[in-house]
Ligand binder design. Structure first.
Ligand code: ADP
Length: 252
């Protein structure tokens, strides 16, 4: 692409159609999910996804704080997404900024429609999402981590909630943008899916896409979500796998 105006834009796609890290357009970054990474929390998960590192911890159902948020007929879901001050190269002001508040809200709303909240009236289910290292797609990594942590905590839910962003780079729809692609690409479309019903519980868009591109991006993102869903289930299976007891030594 060369340069646009005064801003140097790196080549995001090679002539062979490969991305800066060698991925194809529809390829995810490497994803590793560890369920039950923390002992303190009632449920937890650690997600390493490309250069993102995200920890989620779940507490509850428990007493609601602040009390006035309590709902008589259901549990409330309080997700708190936070990026550690050391999670990015550029200086990030520590604490809850507007972006973190927005992400916390959309993630809370995504889980409200999946968790069986009516089973736990007058309680709060608290989900802490800490981004330790950020490289674009952290809200999706946060949803994946939170979802596995909720399952690890034994919170009844309709399904796990895989999440990924599709986007547009150099005029092409691409899956799971990394930082440079997010910065210099044309659009970003994070989504979260309930695989068993096909319902999207989170959908945001930054940038511009045509209607046809949007359809293509949704299709690519949903396929990506199904791949991630498999890895989430594997992580939970690995956590609860019964390890065979070592053979007892018998001495004559
Ligand atoms: P997401 O991480 O969900 O893609 P954004 O599109 O808002 O969310 O951010 C893209 C990336 O930009 C982040 O993953 C992070 O690497 C970087 N970033 C976001 N906010 C800040 C900030 N306040 N300071 C420095 N880098 C940031």
């Amino acid at each position: 692409m060369g340069s646009v105006g005064a801003k140097e834009v790196p080549e995001l796609l090679s002539p062979e159609g490969l991305r800066i890290d060698g991925r194809r357009l529809d390829e995810l970054r490497p994803l590793k999910i560890t369920a039950g990474a923390l002992h303190q929390a009632e449920g937890s998960a650690f997600v390493e996804w490309g250069a993102n590192k995200v920890m989620a911890a779940v507490y509850g159902p428990r007493e609601v704080h602040p009390r006035h948020l309590q709902q008589n007929n259901k549990a409330i879901i309080q997700c708190r997404y936070n990026m550690a001050a050391f999670s990015v190269d550029e200086r990030k002001r520590p604490g809850l900024d507007r972006r973190s508040q927005e992400i916390s809200k959309v993630i809370s709303e995504a889980f409200e429609s999946v968790i069986f909240v009516e089973e736990f009236p007058r309680t709060s289910i608290d989900v802490y999402i800490e981004v330790l290292q950020a490289n674009a797609g952290t809200r999706c990594a946060g949803v994946v981590a939170a979802s596995v942590a909720l399952a690890d905590a034994g919170i009844p839910m309709a399904d796990l909630v895989p999440s990924v962003a599709a986007g547009k780079i150099s005029g092409h729809i691409a899956l799971d943008l990394k930082k440079e692609e997010d910065n210099f690409g044309e659009a970003d479309l994070p989504m979260a899916l309930v695989p068993q019903s096909g319902r999207l519980v989170l959908l945001q868009m930054e940038g511009h896409m045509t209607r046809a591109e949007l359809t293509e991006a949704l299709d690519m993102g949903i396929k990506g979500c199904h791949q991630i869903y498999g890895k989430m289930k594997d992580a939970l299976r690995a956590r609860y796998q019964v390890t065979e007891a070592p053979p007892t030594e018998v001495t004559a």
